[in-house]
Design a protein around this ligand. Structure first.
Ligand code: CO8
Length: 262
């Protein structure tokens, strides 16, 4: 499928490959307009449905992962425009339906909706040039894609409150220290590192990979006892998979597991 605001390709040479999505509105620093969000939603669902794909990587340009929702497109909205046109929900939640791991490879700006998009991904790898922020307060609005909910969960209340109230940006080092990103890498190797992480995940048994994602998200969204009970049930279910036989058999045979992803 051809797109105007994103590029898609398949990378890797293992049994499972990686779907790479590059946000591509360079003149607007990858500001997220409706078309881009629609294309991103379609691409995410297509990769998720493709049995040959194990992980998805979303990246932007060296200068900007995404500078937020498109301010020019929404500046004239009335309350009803925002509400009725669905801008406030249009495809912004699609990423949450994806069951395979999604890795954000963030270089440059990840602001407003761009920071929220990164936080909706499962792993965030940042270039040393990355800058994260929720500057909506400076525009007279508040975040609309989960920023006020996910940022405090990721970095704690005090720091999140300060960032949300002042709109200040956080550099990559601080973002790693605060738990917003999993790793900081040199800007020149950002994509390679993200693809290598995806390739490593792609060698694991797919049922366990998808269940880990589901369970960690459960930890984010439910209470401890519900999450632990849920984890126990999925743990039991994995004993019905070939991957469990292979993984444990390989350990006992002292060889490397070759998962068949069933
Ligand atoms: N929307 C539209 N255009 C943008 C955006 C944006 N968010 N960000 C940058 N651009 C455009 C600029 O207008 C400029 O265009 P032009 O060349 O035609 O003048 C071009 O990109 C380059 O930008 P700058 O000249 O400003 O570049 P600088 O390097 O000087 O500055 C910054 C880069 C700091 C990133 C600056 O552009 C900036 O502050 N951008 C706005 C950041 C922002 O406020 N983001 C939050 C937007 S609101 C939001 O995301 C709400 C999310 C709600 C989601 C709701 C869905 C459910």
């Amino acid at each position: 499928m051809s797109h105007e605001c994103i590029l898609t390709e398949v990378r890797g040479d293992g049994a499972l490959k990686t779907g790479l999505i590059t946000l591509n509105r360079p003149k607007q620093l990858n500001a997220l307009n409706d078309q881009l969000m629609d294309e991103l939603g379609q691409a995410l669902l297509a990769f998720d449905a493709d049995d040959g794909i194990g992980c998805i990587v979303i990246t932007g340009s060296e200068k900007s992962f995404a500078a937020g929702a498109d301010i020019a497109a929404m500046a004239g909205f009335s309350h009803m425009d925002a509400f009725k046109r669905g801008h406030i929900s249009r495809n912004w939640e699609t990423i949450r339906q994806v069951r395979k791991p999604v890795i954000a490879a963030v270089g440059g700006f990840a602001l407003g909706g761009g920071c929220e998009l990164a936080m909706m991904c499962d792993v965030v790898i940042a270039a040393d040039s990355a800058k994260f922020g929720q500057p909506e307060i400076k525009l007279g609005i508040v975040p609309g894609a989960g920023g006020t909910q996910r940022l405090p969960r990721a970095i704690g209340k005090a720091k999140a409150m300060e960032m949300l109230l002042t709109g200040r940006m956080m550099g990559a080092e601080e973002a790693e220290r605060s738990g917003l990103v999993s790793r900081v890498v040199p800007a020149a190797s950002l994509l390679d590192e993200a693809l290598a992480t995806a390739a490593q995940i792609n060698t694991m048994g797919q049922p366990s990979v998808m269940m880990v994602k589901e369970l960690v998200n459960e930890a984010f969204e439910s209470g401890l006892s519900t999450g632990v009970r849920y984890e126990r049930r999925l743990f039991h279910a994995l004993f019905g998979t070939e991957d469990q036989r292979e993984g444990m058999g390989a350990f006992l045979d002292k060889r490397k597991a070759e998962f068949r992803h069933r």
